[in-house]
Design a protein around this ligand. Structure first.
Ligand code: FMN
Length: 167
């Protein structure tokens, strides 16, 4: 075996889970950001964590509002997901800029993309500084799914966004 850096390690764990984190902007619109640093943390109560860079608008909005919807995007969003990872919601409205069709979620004031395989409606419980990121530990209030849709994963580390093929 040879010694690898963390970016090379992420290539070895590909495909990596990919989420599109939906948070509420100050004007009520939704901000979208792809985040791969995500994991289930507890069955009972159901808890999920995601780590966002210290500068990320997503992290700031989730800490401000205490609410988030962690989604698994459907395959039609591959291009939009990559695009949402190249700009910050602090400067642009990504939903409008990339013409992403959205849907309302009952009981939440955050919208999510129409093509969504899984949505975890969650509240922020705790944050933890983890190096250059902040880990957001969230309690999931509700899971909403559409198992007929193909979800997206991150391949080649985080370099490519595509569905996973079994086998
Ligand atoms: C496939 C992919 C995975 C990413 N994973 C993460 C991640 O786990 N954590 C993170 O902070 N940024 C991640 N990013 C980068 C953010 O999406 C990017 O910095 C984005 O501009 C943040 O937007 P915001 O400022 O609106 O939150 C990822 C980008 C891509 C394309």
């Amino acid at each position: 075996m040879k010694e690898l850096n963390i970016m090379e390690a992420t290539v070895c764990t590909s495909p990596n889970p990919l989420t599109l984190i939906c948070s509420r902007n100050e004007d009520g619109s939704t901000n979208l950001a792809p985040i791969c640093f995500v994991s289930y943390l507890s069955f009972n109560p159901p808890m999920v964590g995601f780590a966002a860079g210290k500068q990320s608008h997503t992290g700031e909005r989730v800490r401000e509002t205490g609410s988030v919807i962690i989604t698994v995007p459907g395959e039609s969003l591959a291009g939009a997901v990559v695009a949402c990872g190249t700009s910050t919601g602090a400067a642009v409205n990504k939903v409008a800029e990339h013409h992403i069709e959205m849907q309302a979620v009952e009981g939440s004031d955050i919208q999510i993309p129409a093509d969504t395989k899984l949505a975890m409606v969650a509240t922020l419980e705790q944050t933890l500084e983890t190096g250059d990121h902040i880990l957001h530990i969230c309690r999931v209030e509700k899971f909403l799914g559409d198992e007929s849709r193909k979800g997206l994963y991150a391949w080649n580390g985080f370099g490519k966004v595509a569905p996973a093929v079994e086998g």
